[in-house]
Design a protein around this ligand. Structure first.
Ligand SMILES: [Zn+2]
Length: 538
């Protein structure tokens, strides 16, 4: 029976990596294999139930980890007598890998590469030197430019379903929103699942290792939107901050959205609390975090704003919203609330270092000082701002004043792309236009890495340095656009890199040779397109 399982089932799932792992580590015992097979049968059942066969190899990585844990447990419980393997396990709980001699790297004094152990970077190696400790394997990075994994601060994954929707083309923000809300009211759980998977795939392939998404439409039937997004992110292995969006102010209360996509204040707060308890991991290196994210002052009541801030403080989670995106918004706030948007945010208890806002374009000098004093963060979204003609964010002024600033691609329906590396170039170009040559490619790269980590209050992310998480994006310069370059790092931004060759999150390769491990992109694209058509033709 065991042979039959191994030959047909394990082999058919291409479990070579698993077998190789076992042989490499001398971990084989009948009892141990049996446990691993049992876990695998459960995974297979789960995959077939949820129609996610293509994600099997992602589960694989986890299976390896489970196996390690079972092994350690076995040593404790059964006192195994394989001294060699016990020593091997104890000495090397995590494998060490040397990313050797990169073509270029965004780090100080690391021309010889970096040494990783498990999920962390443990050593920066100067040019011509070797790691100071033993290592298990070497990855030749001589064709790669290594960046810290990019961090995306603002997105709406569901909007990939309404890209370049003809009736919304060539409109500014408010009319654009009013055209799309009725469509978004028809989003089903399956459509959101496909949109999430597709947007995450786009982000990963562009070098993003930490993504955030603000989901704020909750039509009937989509109450568990965030739960399924958590599941998708965990399946792919990307780090994620899920912003539980909300709207409770529909047209009948003077807001913009129709009744069909909003929820009551009680529903919003109860679900926010539930999601924090269920998914938020406050630890260093966390893969899943929750933030509370009322959509914007023109779609949310004052109660939701105030209570969300209190809930965030009580649970020590972050707050996110759209602010100061357009002049329309300023007029709307002045007419309906009697003050400018930032003043309103201050009144409802939002100005502090747990808050970050998308766009942040229309601020006065005094308002920038206020943001700096409270360490309130900003996500600059250059493509979206240009498409919707919203204005230019004062990124240089904000940074100079001490405001944490990072980058976001924003929803696909305004940017129509989820490519964060391209957004780095957009940010560079837009700020260059405003400030001339004092803006460099290094500024734009900083916003997308360290800047984003700062905004999300994640000091272990965004830089290549000892002790940091091993979140990395590796780019090759083998396309026509890079030919003849004299500075590989600057070439990424200035020549317009758009696809990473390899991406690592928490020490694990998620993208290899430009492919996401275990994800069939053709199938995903077909399924996503079908859901988008269904929604647009409703
Ligand atoms: Zn947005």
């Amino acid at each position: 029976m065991h042979d039959a399982i191994e030959n047909s089932f394990l082999a058919s799932l291409e479990m070579t990596r698993f077998k190789g792992f076992l042989q490499d580590h001398h971990y084989i015992s009948n009892q141990y294999i049996f446990v691993a097979q049992l876990i695998n049968l459960i995974l297979k059942w789960y995959c077939s139930k949820t129609k996610k066969q293509h994600l099997v190899s992602v589960y694989f990585e986890r299976l390896e980890n489970y196996c390690r844990k079972f092994y350690a447990l076995n040593i404790k419980i059964f006192n195994w007598n394989s001294v060699n393997s016990v020593q091997k396990y104890n000495q090397k709980p995590d494998l060490k890998i040397w990313l050797k001699n990169p073509l270029s790297i965004l780090a100080e004094n690391a021309g010889g590469g970096i040494l990783l152990e498990g999920a962390r970077i443990i050593e920066l190696i100067p040019s011509g030197k070797q790691p100071s400790s033993e290592y298990d394997s070497v990855f030749d990075a001589s064709c790669h430019v290594i960046l810290p994994g990019l961090i995306n601060l603002h997105h709406h994954f569901y909007q990939t379903l309404t890209r370049v929707y003809p009736q919304a083309l060539n409109k500014e923000l408010f009319p654009w929103l009013k055209t799309l809300y009725p469509l978004w009211a028809g989003i089903t759980p399956e459509a959101l699942r496909m949109a999430t998977r597709l947007a995450l795939a786009e982000l990963l392939l562009s070098g993003c290792t930490t993504a955030s998404d603000q989901h704020y439409v909750f039509p009937a039937g989509l109450e568990n939107a965030i739960d399924l997004q958590v599941e998708e992110a965990q399946n792919l292995g990307i780090r994620m901050v899920l912003c539980r969006g909300s709207m409770d102010r529909s047209e009948k209360d003077g807001g913009l959205p129709p009744d069909s996509v909003v929820q009551t204040c009680d529903e919003i707060l109860a679900d926010s609390e539930r999601l924090i308890q269920q998914y938020h991991n406050p630890e260093e290196g966390a893969m899943t975090q929750i933030a509370l994210a009322p959509c914007s002052p023109f779609s949310v009541s004052e109660t939701v704003m105030r209570e969300s801030a209190k809930l965030a403080e009580k649970n020590n989670v972050l707050l996110h919203t759209h602010l100061a995106e357009t002049e329309d918004e300023n007029s709307f706030c002045l007419e309906t609330i009697g003050c400018r948007p930032l003043e309103y945010l201050e009144q409802v208890g939002w100005l502090n270092n747990r808050t970050w806002m998308a766009h942040g374009i229309h601020f006065t000098d005094e308002e920038i000082q206020k943001l700096a004093a409270t360490k309130t963060g900003i996500s600059h979204c250059p493509s979206s701002n240009m498409v919707l003609s919203s204005g230019v964010c004062r990124v240089m002024d904000l940074e100079k004043a001490g405001v944490p600033v990072g980058l976001g691609v924003d929803g696909s329906a305004s940017n129509d792309s989820s490519n964060l590396m391209q957004e780095v170039r957009q940010a560079f170009l837009l700020q260059r236009l405003q400030h001339g040559s004092k803006v460099t490619h290094l500024d734009a790269l900083r916003w997308a890495t360290e800047g984003g980590a700062n905004v999300l209050r994640r000091p272990e992310l965004g830089r290549i340095a000892e002790g940091m998480q091993a979140d990395l994006a590796l780019f090759k310069l083998d396309e026509l656009r890079f030919s003849g370059n004299g500075d590989p790092l600057a070439a990424l931004v200035i020549c317009g890199a758009h696809q990473a060759d390899r991406v690592m999150v928490a020490g694990k390769w998620i993208v290899e040779d430009g492919q996401i491990l275990g994800l069939d992109l053709e199938q995903l694209q077909a399924e996503h397109h079908r859901e988008a058509k269904r929604l647009q033709e409703k």
